[in-house]
Design a protein. Structure first.
Length: 127
């Protein structure tokens, strides 16, 4: 397992809209084994650390798709663990975030489940 360290921050809320969509829910569940909570835990790390870990990790792929007349971004999904909980890091093809930002999904709201607040330091383990 490889580790990425960073600090929790409040995101823009865009992922929530996407993760609420049935096609994303279904496709992510097929790849991860869990239906994702509609939202991400956002971690600010270093560009170098994120790139080093993810370029050497295996990802599953959700291709871009059309749903109700709208084209939706493809996603790379990396199996992960955060404080002993099964999770996944997602990298959307189209994002407003820079390469130093990690978006973590899980079955539950990780911020609430782990009692995290903005500025808390956290480690994500990539399988």
């Amino acid at each position: 397992m490889k580790e990425i360290k960073g600090k929790v921050f409040t995101g823009m809320g865009v992922a929530r809209e996407y993760l609420e969509l049935q096609p994303y829910q279904d496709k992510i569940e097929k790849e991860t084994g869990f239906r994702p909570f509609p939202g991400t835990l956002n971690i600010n790390s270093s560009k170098e650390e994120v790139q080093k870990v993810l370029q050497n990790a295996e990802a599953s792929r959700i291709k871009s798709f059309k749903y109700r007349g709208t084209e939706y971004s493809g996603i790379d999904i990396y199996d992960a663990e955060i404080k002993g909980l099964k999770a996944a890091v997602i990298r959307m093809d189209i994002t407003d975030y820079g390469p130093e930002i990690i978006e973590v999904i899980a079955e539950h709201n990780l911020r609430e489940e782990l009692g995290l607040e903005d500025g808390d330091e956290i480690k994500i383990f990539i399988h």
